[in-house]
Write a new protein. Structure first.
Ligand code: ZN
Length: 580
């Protein structure tokens, strides 16, 4: 009997959170404001946080409970409303949104149900350690050393850096679970969080106590000021207040380290001991790239900030114009390529990833073109293209009933897939530039106002306004829907001798793919070539006439500026007799 009771209680205590978990709407509340005092003790790898958060019910139902999540290496200490302790259940919640692969979730019973659009203010306290943890990556098979260089977030004596949502939840969030094993699950959960939190406000006061000289304390993208500094014999205590940061494309990242600083008009470079050369190369490259970027995207709204990561093998991380990157390379071309992206973020900002990131990658292609010519830019885009064209061709083979839904979900305006909103979007901007010309596209970009971007059609309308042509088909195929990629081939070509000298070539170009594009077509002959551009809509063909002075020998459709699913059928040899 006693055993059965124990068994019953054991089962029920397991069941209770599960039952709760099913009825919880974790994404009901938006955290509209954070006001947090953060204490960091690097020697103990410890973090202690006290502060206030405001939650707004953005669901359509009244909410009696709220979910608050922090990294699983942190523990909830207290949650109050109006000075009164609230009841909460703390439970582990599996999710790859945190580097530990789990969150400490507090399920809080609110004093009263919060109606839709209603708000509640909470006073919170939590603490714990943040150590380097590669669990979520190693458990999906990432080699240990790569995993540790990739998930570098940690508190330690010589270098502390924490990226926040998506890496380590050092401030509270509320999200459904995300799994790295499940395709785009993490990107989608994080994308939804960013969309929900766009417009939220974060204010941090950071206090750090440690040994030796006081380090610098930064919150990426925010202006931080030291408000007090105490230096004892062997220890120090620094307090820094960081100006409130609007979320949106910026995700606050905390960095504490001893940096040397290099200031230039367009960039601040913070570098670690011994890396003066790489820092100078980067700063010089940024200054060289800056005029091209302002010419395209307007004056810099702020300086870019480049801050060194301690592990030279770590991949860079960006938030707005704040970049964390290893500074070991002394190659000016590579530095300029990175700086062009960062400068574009400093000059131009949009809450829409295909615009924000697409343009920053487009800026890199423009930089390469300015440095080494058009082919260099096309080669660079080719590298990006190989990443997303595999995914596109796989998708093209699936003829499922939900094709139309899939086209909408994967469209540039809706996707959370980085390969699409970065690499594919870059190619879309390049195609628009080829179609409109530099001046028209620059004018369209100059007329963009972040605060007026309320509809997905806002940017397409600005672009359309600068062109005499109807571009609706282009936006339909590439932006509003994901119709995959075009596949061009020359179906036929007939040459006829014209008087007095020359040949008229009639070419039919097929597009076997579903997305239309304007594509360059080049006719080659002995001693020269002629290039024309023509629009070929999806699953359609277009006829074009090209005059050449000598017998045409070869036709090449697409110079690589239009992403295509199959480029093996792009060259057409003209039979000797037909042409002469
Ligand atoms: Zn970027």
């Amino acid at each position: 009997m006693k055993l059965r009771c124990l068994g019953f209680f054991f089962l029920c205590s397991l069941c209770a959170p599960v039952v709760n978990a099913f009825s919880l709407d974790r994404e009901a509340f938006t955290f509209t404001s954070y006001d947090l005092n953060v204490r960091v003790e690097p020697e103990l790898r410890r973090l202690g946080v006290r502060g206030k958060i405001s939650l707004r019910n953005d669901s359509s139902a009244p909410q009696k409970v709220a979910v608050l999540q922090i990294s699983s290496s942190l523990d909830w200490r207290s949650i109050k409303a109006g000075g009164k302790q609230l009841q909460f259940v703390s439970q582990p919640y599996s999710s790859d949104i945190d580097h530990t692969g789990a969150l400490s979730e507090a399920v809080v019973t609110l004093p009263e149900a919060v109606l839709p659009k209603g708000t509640v203010d909470l006073e919170i306290a939590y603490e714990g350690v943040i150590v380097l943890d590669a669990t979520r990556l190693t458990r999906i098979g990432t080699p240990e050393s790569t995993a540790r260089s990739t998930d570098w977030d940690q508190i330690s004596t010589n270098f502390t850096a924490m990226r926040g949502a998506g890496y380590v939840a050092w401030y509270p969030i509320a999200t459904e679970d995300a799994s790295l094993e499940d395709g785009q699950s993490l990107a989608e959960v994080l994308g939804r969080w960013k969309t929900r939190e766009a417009g939220s406000r974060m204010h941090f006061q950071i206090a750090e106590t440690g040994e030796g000289e006081p380090p610098q304390i930064l919150i990426g993208g925010a202006l931080c000021t030291v408000t007090s500094i105490e230096q004892m014999d062997l220890a120090h205590h620094v307090v820094t207040d960081c100006a409130p940061l609007p979320l949106g494309p910026i995700v606050p990242t905390l960095v504490i380290a001893s940096y040397s600083i290099l200031e230039r008009p367009a960039v601040t470079v913070r570098y670690l001991h011994g890396h003066d050369t790489a820092a100078t190369v980067y700063a010089d490259a940024a200054e060289t790239a800056a005029p091209l970027i302002t010419e395209w995207f307007g004056t810099l709204r702020k300086k870019t900030e480049t801050t060194e990561l301690a592990d030279p093998n770590s991949p860079p991380a960006e938030t707005g114009a704040f970049l964390l990157t290893p500074l070991t390379s002394t190659d000016p071309k590579l530095a300029g390529l990175v700086a062009a992206h960062q400068l574009a973020h400093a000059a131009f900002s949009s809450p829409r990833p295909w615009i924000n990131e697409g343009l920053a990658h487009f800026a890199q292609a423009l930089y390469l073109e300015r440095q080494s010519g058009r082919q260099s830019a096309l080669d660079y885009m080719g590298l990006h293209r190989s990443a997303f064209s595999v995914a596109e061709s796989e998708k093209g083979k699936q003829k499922t009933a939900s094709r139309s839904e899939d086209e909408a979900n994967r469209s540039l305006i809706n996707t959370y897939d980085e390969q699409l909103y970065r690499s594919k979007a870059m190619c879309v901007w390049w195609m628009l530039r080829d179609m409109l010309g530099d001046q028209a596209l620059k004018k369209a970009l100059a007329s963009y106002r972040t605060e007026e971007d309320k509809q997905p059609s806002y940017m397409p309308r600005l672009i359309q306004a600068q062109s005499q042509r109807d571009l609706e088909w282009f936006f339909d195929d590439w932006v509003y829907r994901d119709r995959g990629l075009p596949d061009f081939r020359v179906a036929s070509a007939f040459a006829r001798k014209t008087l007095p000298e020359g040949y008229m070539l009639t070419i039919t170009v097929d597009n076997l793919g579903a997305a239309g594009a304007e594509v360059p077509i080049t006719v080659k002959f002995t001693g020269g070539e002629v290039t024309k551009r023509l629009v070929v809509h999806g699953q359609s063909n277009t006829v074009i006439r090209v005059e050449v002075p000598k017998p045409p020998e070869e036709i090449v459709v697409n110079d690589g500026s239009v992403p295509e699913s199959d480029t093996t059928n792009n060259v057409f040899k003209i039979e000797g007799n037909a042409a002469k």
